[in-house]
Ligand binder design. Structure first.
Ligand code: 5AD
Length: 486
């Protein structure tokens, strides 16, 4: 049977989609090739979020077809995912050797289309049409695919985004928000737990909007599972200090929780699962019910990725983000109060159109105040058909670069201090297996999502254990095996 090599660009959702395609192809008798040069089929699962990501995939494809041709190899090559969706046939017009262009609602058709191409039944296939229920089609797992996946798995709970941030191409690549049902997601998580998975990360473009566009289904699911009530916390959290305080006694009023929190409750009830994470949320989704879930659900790890994008209210408005800096800081205060020690990471765009030095200073000051454990910083990249691409006052590249550099220095400084504070402390880690770079070392993660390396072996895989942190590296903690509980 033919062998396939899949290369993935971009986010965890893309990683998950590639894994599901690989699992689907294995089930049909394909094998996974160890490298692209020996594969019968090479698929590039692409990212469109910045121009650089698109250029990388296009250059890679150019090299692939050039090498295959010069070595007179017959190789089927295709683009999957976000860039395939947004560019469609244009990719074949540009690169005529490309055989397959498969959009984001079509991953589950990969095997059927490859069979047609390999058998010569069809010469080229472009399918980027919408497909009902495709959000529930990403469900196959490759549990032995890599060290991490047998212990920790990603579960896709929804597709698409209705937020329409003015910089973002995602509504065009992933479509409108569509959520799976709670029982469907729970069934997948339960099966994973039965197969030994200890940690699940719920995935989607905006997971906190889960079920919002499917009110009837969410309602039915809520009836099946028993809706939770949650205490209402003080509004905005503005009266709370940024540093953790002992939790105050919960105020009296209660409201039914959002479909996403209902899902968290349902996944939390699965026996055998030890840890739950999710990504990526939208700050507007951190209502009191979600904050309360952090206080209530012990399996929900004390870690949150809260995309900020900018610390300036003026820019946040132009971005169509739907919150202010004060609201954002209020969420952080509430989370730190609900879960002292919570690890908080973020995404920030520098050089959005119209961003002045004063706006940028607001981002710097917010970062000083919020003290993120890590921040992913992106230079603004104009995306076609997005409102921001046509906004006035586009920021010149050297200024974008300079702001990127300054912000990076600040966030790295803060992160280094946060990591250093772990030295001497005992932390619980879930061991994912031997480190990719050094087989004598094992890698695990703290509940607040920091990577810990320690001297260990395959026997530690899947264990929850306590290690003492001895020293730090760049975004890494080193644990002492002497205090490992065996
Ligand atoms: N330019 C730069 N960064 C972007 N992101 C999304 N769109 C763009 C863009 N046009 C960043 C945001 C988002 C992350 C996944 O990518 O910070 O949270």
């Amino acid at each position: 049977m033919p062998s396939v090599f899949i290369k993935t660009y971009g986010c965890q959702m893309n990683e998950r989609d590639s894994e599901a395609v690989a699992a689907q192809l294995l089930a049909k008798g394909y094998s996974l090739a160890p490298s692209e040069s020996v594969a019968d089929v090479v698929l590039l699962n692409t990212c469109s979020v910045r121009d650089l990501a698109e250029q990388k995939a296009i250059n890679k494809m150019r090299n692939l077809v050039g090498t295959a041709r010069s070595e007179k190899r017959d190789q089927i090559v295709g683009f999957l995912g976000c860039m395939a969706q947004s560019r469609g046939r244009e990719l074949i017009d540009r690169l005529p050797d490309v055989d397959l262009v498969l959009g984001t609602q079509k991953f589950h058709r990969a095997a059927e289309y490859l069979d047609e191409l390999l058998s010569g039944k069809r010469e080229k296939i472009v399918d980027v049409a919408p497909e009902a229920k495709s959000e529930a089609a990403i469900r196959e797992h490759l549990l032995n695919g890599s060290a991490r996946t047998s212990v920790s798995a990603f579960v896709s709970i929804m597709q698409g985004c209705n937020q329409h941030c003015t910089f973002c191409i995602v509504p065009a690549t992933r479509g409108e928000e569509r959520s799976r049902t709670i029982p469907d997601v729970v069934a997948e998580c339960r099966e994973l737990a039965e197969r030994g998975v200890k940690e699940i990360t719920l995935l989607g473009q905006i997971v906190t909007s889960f079920g919002r566009s499917e009110k009837r289904e969410a309602w039915q699911a809520a009836q099946m599972l028993g809706n939770q009530a949650f205490p209402v916390l003080p509004d905005g959290g503005a009266d709370l200090p940024l540093n953790p305080l002992p939790a105050a006694s919960p105020p009296a009023p209660t409201r039914p929780s959002s479909p996403f929190v209902q899902l968290l409750d349902a996944v939390h009830a699965i026996a055998g699962l030890e840890r739950i994470r999710f990504t990526s949320p939208h700050p507007k989704g951190y209502g009191d019910d979600l904050v309360d879930a952090y206080a209530r659900l012990p399996k929900l790890c004390e870690s949150a990725h809260l995309p900020l994008q900018s610390g300036s209210d003026r820019i946040l408005k132009l971005m169509h983000r739907g919150y202010t800096r004060e609201k954002f800081l209020g969420i952080i205060r509430k989370l730190r109060r609900a879960r002292p020690g919570i690890g908080i990471t973020t995404d920030i765009i520098v050089g959005f159109p119209g961003e002045t030095e004063e706006d940028f200073a607001q981002t710097l000051s917010l970062c000083r105040e919020a003290e993120f454990d890590n921040a992913y910083i992106f230079k603004y990249s104009p995306r076609r058909d997005t409102p921001a691409a046509d906004m006035p006052d586009q920021v010149p590249t050297p200024i974008r670069e300079e702001r990127n550099h300054r912000l990076l220095e600040l966030v790295n400084d803060i992160a280094a201090r946060k990591y250093d504070a772990f030295v001497g402390r005992q932390v619980q880690i879930l061991v994912e297996g031997p480190s990719r770079k050094n087989a004598a070392r094992c890698t695990g993660r703290t509940r607040c999502n920091k990577i810990v390396l320690f001297d260990g072996g395959d026997r530690h895989r899947g264990q929850l254990m306590d290690v003492k942190i001895e020293r730090t590296g760049s975004f890494t903690l080193y644990g002492d095996p002497a205090v490992v509980n065996l």
